[in-house]
Design a binder for this molecule. Structure first.
Ligand code: ADP
Length: 491
């Protein structure tokens, strides 16, 4: 991918929504400016949709679900369409990666990794379509009972700005695989690749109305979509507060929801851990995507005998980290918007005022544009477990360390926040690996490794405030469908 594409990819394009198989503007004609986080400059715009646009999209999805080719399409054909979309994403990888990086500020290699991840979601779910089925149930004499897995109907997907392509892939892949139709509302800060993927879906042969993308602000288009009475199921990834609002809106219609709401994920380093393997992973798990990852490893718990050694090694690595523009492809990019940067800066300042000690700070590249929304990587030494920096999600390149004595305290600290999304355990002791994996409350536990955001095949989701329902892997197909029991009385 050339430098040129990374900085010019959206030039001259009028981005439109995809509703009922057509490119359409918002009914109001209003648009939202799209700025690149690397320099803060506006380079494109997207439609600013509201209640009426959302209604058109939901109606189109409803028609496609009940009438037309989608309604009767065999699972194998849906799988072929998803596989074709996967190949088209690969074919257009350079353009999609450049769009994603320019739209979100993420380093070029992360944009490329996200395209590969997205293609993989459609490939995985394309292959899964015709391999998921119901059961027959031993019942009374004279009866045959069986279950069918049925789609919900119209699924609404509300997508965040941190991994737009990948999260769209996991939502759309699973929803479409089960035969639902889809209305997606990408984040106002990062909608360009969702628009592009919906266009590619039409090129792949998806019938009109199966895969709709409506753009706009959360408070307008997002709120209208989650409250729409003709939406059958809502899936959301984003902040807990917005998740609550969406659940309340969906509750008025008594609709089901999947909620992925972030985390404060711990990595636990025991004294016997292989530090050469652990250290780069500990750093990457918080620096990847500038820490704007639901499953970021934002807390590192270190057993006291190695606390000095591990914290010094982490400080050495943090001091070398450099943030810069997406096309420079450095350790991390800018944060998504000025509000997010201000929030991260305020949390860091508050932690310092409360007495937390900064062990190391990285740098912002000297040639990074002045208008970009950069935040310097920051490493805090052992923090008070009761403090905000120890408990609340920062969603930025900020890592907090903790010291612990023994396995019991490690588990207590790991479970000591309201979140429960992912955890990492680093130890050579097999028994301890199993015990800690069992006792940590998290939807995913990695032993001697960590996969922030990774693993298409691996079921993913939260306990506690991190949400409910599961995405990724086969489990997502259960969330995106419902069991219908059919009983035959044949005497
Ligand atoms: P942030 O606060 O960082 O913007 P959010 O969790 O609020 O993150 O946003 C994630 C997604 O939720 C975006 O697509 C956004 O537009 C959408 N959203 C925000 N507010 C609402 C709302 N009240 N109802 C539905 N969707 C919303």
């Amino acid at each position: 991918m050339g430098q040129h594409l990374l900085t010019t990819v959206a030039e001259g394009r009028a981005f439109m929504q995809v509703i009922d198989g057509k490119a359409v503007d918002a009914i109001s004609g209003q648009r939202i400016d799209v700025a690149c986080p690397s320099d803060g400059k506006v380079f494109a715009s997207i439609p600013a949709s509201g209640v009426q646009d959302v209604d058109l999209a939901v109606q189109a999805a409803r028609r496609a679900f009940e009438e037309g080719p989608w309604a009767r399409m065999p699972a194998v054909e849906r799988g072929r369409l998803l596989a074709r979309l996967s190949r088209l994403i690969e074919k257009n990888a350079d353009e999609l990666a450049a769009l994603e990086s320019r739209d979100t500020g993420k380093p070029a290699r992360q944009g490329r990794a996200d395209v590969a991840g997205a293609a993989r979601y459609y490939e995985f779910y394309g292959g899964a379509c015709d391999k998921i089925h119901g059961d027959t149930i031993p019942f009374l004499d004279g009866y045959t009972a069986l279950t069918l897995r049925e789609p919900h109907g119209v699924v609404a997907g509300i997508i965040p700005w941190n991994y737009p392509l990948q999260i769209l892939g996991r939502v759309a892949g699973a929803a479409l695989a089960m035969g639902n139709t889809l209305v997606v509302k990408p984040a106002e800060d990062a909608s360009l690749t969702a628009i592009r993927v919906a266009e590619l879906a039409l090129e792949a042969g998806f019938p009109a109305g199966a895969f709709n993308v409506v753009t706009g602000y959360g408070s307008d288009a997002g709120a209208a979509l989650s409250a729409h009475p003709d939406v059958d199921y809502v899936t959301f990834t984003g902040s807990p507060a917005t998740g609550t609002a969406i659940q309340q809106a969906a509750a008025v219609n008594n609709r089901g929801v999947t909620m992925e709401l972030g985390g404060k994920s711990p990595q636990i380093v025991f004294a016997d851990a292989d530090l050469d393997k652990a250290l780069p992973v500990l750093v990457n798990a918080i620096i990847q995507n500038g820490g704007q990852t639901c499953s970021a490893g934002s807390r590192v718990l270190i057993e006291r005998p190695v606390y000095g050694k591990v914290s010094a090694a982490l400080a050495e690595r943090f001091a070398k980290l450099v943030a810069g523009p997406h096309d420079a492809d450095l350790d991390l990019g800018a944060l998504i918007n000025p509000k997010q940067r201000a929030r991260v800066a305020a949390m860091v300042a508050e932690a310092e005022e409360a007495g937390a000690k900064v062990l190391a700070r990285g740098a912002i590249h000297k040639d990074a544009p002045q208008g970009g929304w950069y935040h310097v990587p920051t490493l805090f030494g052992a923090v008070d477990p009761a403090s905000a920096i120890a408990r609340e999600e920062v969603f930025g390149p900020v890592l907090a360390l903790f010291a612990f004595d023994g396995e019991e305290e490690a588990v207590r600290l790991a479970n000591g926040t309201e979140y429960g999304l992912v955890a990492g355990v680093w130890t050579a002791d097999g028994g301890r690996q199993h015990r800690v994996a069992k006792h940590v409350r998290a939807g995913q536990v990695f032993v001697n490794g960590y996969g922030a955001g990774g693993g298409i095949e691996l079921p993913f989701g939260g306990f506690k405030r991190s949400g409910h329902g599961r995405e990724k892997g086969f489990e997502a197909l259960y969330d995106m469908s419902a069991t219908k029991t059919v009983v035959f009385n044949h005497g």
